[in-house]
Structures are given as C-alpha cells and as structure tokens.
Design a binder for this molecule. Structure first.
Ligand SMILES: [Zn+2]
Length: 426
C-alpha cells in the first residue's frame, strides 16, 4: 500500500507541480518577481492538494480540522525552506532561479510526502472505539432484541440449547458441515504453540488491537478455533471482555482449556445474535472457508458498536491456490481488491472504512510458492504445512520477526501469503 500511496501522491503532486511550475514561468515572464510568484502559487498548491491527498492519496478518515492544521504547518515549513533556498542560491550565489526553483520543488515534494504519510494523514493515532451503546442480544428464535446477562429471551422465553456444555446457536452444524474437520482441533492445539506462522499472526493481531483500538473493552472472535488468538488477547488485555465463537464444539473445548474467562459460544458466523455489542470483532483465516463471506461481514457490522472495528486475516493470491487449500476446505484465496470491495461494502452495502491493509508472509512468499507448487496431492493432511522441522521453524521465526517490525513501523507489504485488514464501522 505504500507503493499505491506513493503513486497517487506523485500523480497528485506532479500534476499540480507541472501546472504550478508552468504558471510560475508564465508569471515571471510577465514580470512578476520570482519570490512573489512562488508565494502565490504555493498557497494555491496547498489547498488544491489538501483535498486530493486527504481523500484519495491517503484515504484519511480522521479529523479534517486537525489534518488541515498540520498540513498548513507542513506547507508553511516547506515554504520557508523554499524561500531560504531562493534567497541563498539565487539572490546571494547568483544561480538561475528557474533551475533552483525546479530543484526546490522536488525537495519539498519528498519532504511533504513523508510528513503526510507519518504525521498528517495517519489513521493510526485515532482514538479507539468510543461507542456508548449497550450490548444488545438478538433472539435467534423471534429476532427480538434484548439486553440481559443470560441468553433467555424475555419475549418468547427461548434459550439456546447446550452442546458439550456450550450454548449452541446453530446446533445442526456443530458436528458436521463444510469447513475445518473437527478432529483436527486437538492436533492443531499442539502445532500452533511455537509455530512461526501462528506466533507471527498473533503478534500482528495484538499490535493491531493496541495501535488501532487502544480503548476497546470487548472483543469477539469469530471462528476462534482452539483459542490460540484469544489466549494471547487475554494475556495482553486482562481487563477486556472476550467472546469466542466456533461452529464446532470440539474447537471450543480446546479454547475453554486455554483461555480464562472468555464466553465461548457455538454459532454460525452467518447468523450472529448480537447488535451494537462489541468494540472489536476479529476473524482470522475464517472468511475463506465461507461461501457467503459478505453475509458474515454484514453480521459483523451489525454486531459492532458505533465507532467499533474489525480485524481480519485471509489467505492471499489466487495464484497460490494449491491442494493445500483444498484439504483445508478453503473456498477461495483473496485478492486485495476482492477483500477491499467486500469490506467497503461495494457488493452488498456500505459498511467499513479500511484503516490499514497490508500483506504479510512477504519474505517467505517464494518458499511458500515453491512448497505449494511442488507438493501436489502427496498428502491429505490439512496440517501438513504446519509440520516443519524445528531448525526451519526457528529461521522462519526470525524472518517473520523482521516482517513484524516493518509492519509495526507502518510500512505495508504489497504481496504476501496472507492479508491483514483493519477497518472501522462507518
Ligand atoms: Zn425470542
């Protein structure tokens, strides 16, 4: 995404600068002094580019007044720098003002890009969800909304049945259905801990919560599996209300052992019994298992409080599709464009503003590609990709650590095995 931003910035900036530079040549040819001409055009450029860069280049969703204030400070600083350059090089050293002003524009453009990306139009330092709405439950039987600690509907008296000790909202799906095969959860539980990929994904999720939702109070994970993510969220945010859902109660049984004090529910992600309920909802490598992924996103939208947001990870690049995806019961691998359209609601409604989207598993992508293209139907084990030797795992951990550091610096990778998406309810 840094590439896309840079490209859009160059497009906005160069078009604007070419026009302004031609105006500068024209005005000075007409006898306007070069400092006077520069000043007028600088002011014109400020307002012309502010709107374009805010709306389009950086897709900034934060406060307009604050960003305009910072924009003016940045441009003011660059104006003084430009003026000093003209005074020094043209007035005192006698260089040609056409050439010096051309060079000064390039310098100012580079400085302004960095300032805009990291200071003016950063979506990162926005406050977390501040929605004040109470957590509303929606009765799965009569669709009445209610607000109580337990799940008995005050209108129709319906209470979800329990399966294996867990409240079941979609009991017909608890043991079978399309998706991950339940008997793998026990094995998955053992494989996750220490695995380079699961550990790296967890660190990115915790980072996303800390940075983009610093004030969140409740977190709902759809498809929580064995609770590996929830257990890390519990450690990082001991005070947060945690809820996890899973279609298979086998996963919930593993999660119950791992995560202290989380409400674990059996449910279908396409029918969430919540409204305006959570600050943050996460789904990590879940959507690619579900045909109706847009319906799930729609349900997430409804279950979020105003100002709340989602964190998603999905497998990326259809060209990486392999037998491995088939045994894992994936329906698709996403393109960035595909998930962006679905999250932003072009397909069904308008819901989320994407705050951050980056690929990960960038450096290891060539290994991933080779391993996927070479292993053709040699196994039928969906966990085979996780069973790698300890030495390789340690090397991959170091590589992923590097990647985390780059992502935490705010740099987005353009390609990678997976995508991380952070978006806020519109
Ligand atoms: Zn009811």
């Amino acid at each position: 995404m840094i590439g896309g931003q840079m490209l859009r910035y160059i497009l906005v900036g160069s078009t604007s600068n070419i026009v302004l530079y031609l105006l500068y040549i024209a005005l000075t040819a007409l006898g306007v002094g070069h400092k006077m001409a520069m000043t007028g055009l600088f002011l014109l450029g400020v307002f012309q580019t502010f709107i374009l860069n805010k709306r389009w280049t950086f897709a900034h969703t934060g406060d307009t007044k604050r960003s305009l204030f910072r924009y003016l400070i940045a441009y003011g600083g660059c104006y003084l720098l430009n003026l000093s350059i003209l005074i020094l090089f043209v007035d005192h050293l006698g260089f040609s003002h056409q050439i010096i002003q051309g060079a000064a524009i390039m310098l100012a453009a580079a400085l302004l890009f960095l300032l805009q990306k990291y200071w003016i139009f950063t979506n990162a330092d926005k406050p977390g969800a501040t929605g004040k709405g109470v957590g509303v439950k929606r009765c799965p039987a009569c669709a009445k909304r209610f607000n109580s600690v337990d799940w008995q509907c005050p209108a129709c008296g319906n209470e979800p049945t329990k399966i294996d000790g867990f409240l079941a909202f979609a009991p017909e799906l608890a043991y079978e259905g399309k998706g991950f095969r339940p008997e793998y959860f026990e094995e998955l539980t053992r494989l996750e801990t220490g695995n380079f990929w699961f550990e790296a994904r967890n660190k990115l999720i915790i980072h996303a919560l800390q940075r983009y939702f610093p004030k969140f109070k409740s977190f709902f994970e759809i498809g929580c599996g064995t609770g590996f993510v929830l257990s890390k969220v519990r450690t990082a945010f001991p005070q947060a209300v945690l809820v996890g859902s899973e279609i298979y109660t086998a996963g919930l049984a593993c999660a119950a052992r791992r995560v202290a004090g989380a409400e674990l529910l059996q449910m279908d992600a396409r029918r969430l019994p919540f409204e305006s309920h959570f600050y943050v909802i996460g789904a990590f490598d879940v959507l690619e298992h579900i045909d109706e992924d847009e319906i799930v996103l729609n349900e997430m939208y409804k279950a979020l409080k105003p100002g709340g947001g989602i964190i998603l990870t999905v497998p990326q690049h259809p060209w990486l599709w392999s037998y491995q995806d088939e045994v894992a019961c994936h329906v698709r691998r996403y393109t960035a464009e595909d998930i962006r359209r679905k999250v932003e609601g072009y397909v069904m409604d308008a819901w989320f503003d994407i705050v951050r989207m980056t690929s990960f598993v960038f450096f290891l992508l060539p290994f991933m590609w080779v391993s996927r293209k070479l292993t053709r139907r040699k196994f039928s084990d969906p966990l085979a990709e996780l069973k790698i030797g300890p030495p390789l795992n340690e090397i991959f951990k170091v590589v992923m650590k590097l990647e985390e550091m780059v992502i935490e610096l705010g740099v987005d990778f353009p390609v990678g095995g997976s995508l991380l998406i952070i978006a806020k309810k519109r």
